[in-house]
Design a protein around this ligand. Structure first.
Ligand SMILES: Cc1cc2nc3c(=O)[nH]c(=O)nc-3n(C[C@H](O)[C@H](O)[C@H](O)COP(=O)(O)OP(=O)(O)OC[C@H]3O[C@@H](n4cnc5c(N)ncnc54)[C@H](O)[C@@H]3O)c2cc1C
Length: 274
């Protein structure tokens, strides 16, 4: 289904909800950053949304095409919160929720065929996220609405399910994703060139430049051997601003049985013994 498409690109995103001191809260304020604490060759950035009830939603997203196997996306997010401009907002506040999720970042260059006999791909299953905005709820919903219309016509008028893809391409979702398409691949040139290009592409040309950049390789192909890359010394969590994984997962609200069988099994014994 991905024949002729660019390799899919993935990211991992972390999000925490904090209740903060009223004096640090500006309802409606939206902040986005790129780079720090990542180096210039690693794609990632943050968001902070000041929501209602003295809450802020803050998070960090890292492309999985990073080079250094020692990099820990979770710990980079924790470190991000120690930046003075972030710390001063959440200091004195309380973390009330945590979550992590994969992001499908390839955009239209990597969008697979979205129909098959008896099924349609919608939302992030297909890859309808608007990557530069880190927004995918509205596009997922719209693709679901188009899918529902297609299924209805299929059942009542026997119209082929492949019309889903045509309708999707004619919708505002495709136009939006088309205009966002060059942002992610441009960051493969590094942070500075990526930012410069994205400014020209998005602000001056509004995503209408007459070419489409490609995703040249799958994420794992960017990884370099561990012994050739610098080790990263992550500081221990202070349990005030930064936390460990266990206390974070506790805040996800995930429910499972204590004796739930492990469903991820390593088949390759070479890796099992590492
Ligand atoms: C850190 C972060 C911040 C984000 N911020 C925003 C934002 O501010 N605004 C925005 O619009 N988007 C945001 N997004 C993107 C957004 O989360 C997704 O684009 C959106 O959720 C896609 O919707 P979906 O319905 O396709 O997939 P999902 O929301 O992932 O829904 C799929 C559901 O299927 C369930 N599921 C999976 N497998 C099975 C199974 N086998 N059986 C039953 N159920 C199953 C999953 O548990 C999940 O609930 C963010 C993403 C991240 C990671």
């Amino acid at each position: 289904m991905d024949k002729g498409k660019n390799p899919q690109q993935y990211g991992i995103g972390f999000k925490e909800i904090w209740e903060i001191d009223e004096k640090n809260h500006t309802e409606g304020l939206v902040m986005h950053t790129a780079g720090w604490p990542l180096d210039n060759n690693t794609y990632g950035g943050s968001f902070m949304y000041h929501a209602e009830n003295k809450q802020v939603f803050l998070g960090y997203v890292i492309g999985l095409d990073y080079q250094n196997p020692h990099l820990s996306p979770f710990d980079e997010f924790q470190r991000f919160k120690t930046h003075p401009d972030i710390k001063k907002i959440i200091e004195g506040g309380k973390r009330i929720s945590y979550g992590a999720r994969a992001l499908i970042e390839g955009g239209i260059q990597s969008l697979p065929q979205m129909f098959m006999p008896g099924a349609l791909l919608v939302g992030c299953d297909a890859g309808t996220l608007n990557m530069p905005k880190i927004k995918g709820s509205h596009t997922a919903m719209k693709s679901g609405m188009i899918a529902a219309e297609t299924i209805y016509e299929h059942l009542t008028k026997n119209i082929n399910l492949s019309t889903y893809e045509q309708k999707f391409k004619e919708s505002w979702v495709y136009k939006e994703l088309y205009e966002a398409r060059n942002v992610k691949p441009s960051f493969s040139w590094g942070l500075i060139l990526g930012i410069l290009f994205t400014g020209i592409d998005q602000i001056l040309f509004r995503g209408k430049l007459p070419f489409t950049l490609k995703h040249k390789h799958a994420d794992h192909e960017a990884l370099k051997p561990a012994d050739k890359m610098p080790k990263i010394d992550y500081p221990k969590p202070d349990n005030v601003i930064t936390f460990d994984k266990t206390s974070s997962v506790y805040l996800t609200g995930t429910i499972h049985d204590d004796n739930q069988p492990v469903h991820l099994k390593l088949k390759d014994l070479l890796f099992k013994n590492l």
